[in-house]
Write a protein that binds this ligand. Sequence first.
Ligand SMILES: Cc1ncc(C[n+]2csc(CCOP(=O)(O)OP(=O)(O)O)c2C)c(N)n1
Ligand SMILES: [Mg+2]
Length: 322
Amino acid sequence: MEKPEYLELYHQMVVIRRLEEKAAELYQQGKIGGFLHLYIGQEAVSTGLISARKPEDRVITAYRDHGVAINCGIPPRQVMAELLGKATGISGGRGGSMHMADVTRNFWGGHAIVGAHLPLATGLALGDHYAGKKAVTICMFGDGASNIGFFHEALNMAKVWNLPVLWVCENNQYGMGTAVDRASAVSEIRMKANGYGMKNEQVNGMDVMEVRNAALRLLDEVRNGSGPQLLEIHTYRFRGHSMGDPERYRKPEEIHRWEEDDPIGVFHKYLVANNISTDDELKALEESSAAEVQDAVEFAEASPNPAPEELFKNIYADETEG
Ligand SMILES: Cc1ncc(C[n+]2csc(CCOP(=O)(O)OP(=O)(O)O)c2C)c(N)n1
Ligand SMILES: [Mg+2]
């Protein structure tokens, strides 16, 4: 990678962090309704992963989707406006936090039901395979989702039909308040792929370069016909499961231990140690990213609510649109 590409990864991670810190404030002020699941601590996962995709590769994820939306190229203004339920949001204000999506950027959402988007990923990949396209579907999901029936059905079918899917498990150690080893028969999620004859591996999700390098290699293999593979990415969410989580299931010391490996701090050190950037340059980038997020907040707050007549649009397919 050239220097601007490294800096762009750093920029994306900082924008996600600042945007979500602002979102937490706005939620507490009652300006964001519904659920809000923050990605803080996991930024290196989607940033590294999505930086490795080609435009034809599809991305689909669960409800912890704001970072994924930013990495897929949705401007912070449209992400923030969606969080506030405004007409200028990427889903027109009708989706909110859990339903960011933009198929023009090959980002297929944002899904609230745990595990339910995994069969959709199998379907997207089946479509590409059928059409003879060399595209990979990247399906991100949590450790908790790997205990759901959908996971097993979707992986099985993908392997039976040898479909181009990269299954990416974001193992953030918890499904809501339940630790992985209390809910999953195996706490190494990658082992579940063995049951479906799929190649699998594990990487450190606090290191954006490690994620990116693994993703580049695996996407290349899947694109060239290896069949589906599973990548387990070890990560940690620094905030609660969603806003209002009393966090009785973990100790502050555990959070502090993981915070020592803050993915933004780790990458900052890497860029300086390898003479790719300097402290001052990265600080300036942090400031301009914060200004970008502040602009997004002002844009979102000044935007109109969706018009009531919009409510009945996009419910049924419109025959006139073909
Ligand atoms: C089918 C279904 N069951 C239960 C829930 C409630 N629920 C929301 S998030 C969640 C935990 C999922 O954990 P994981 O897949 O590890 O994702 P994470 O929240 O850690 O990103 C549960 C049980 C749901 N949304 N859908
Ligand atoms: Mg989890």
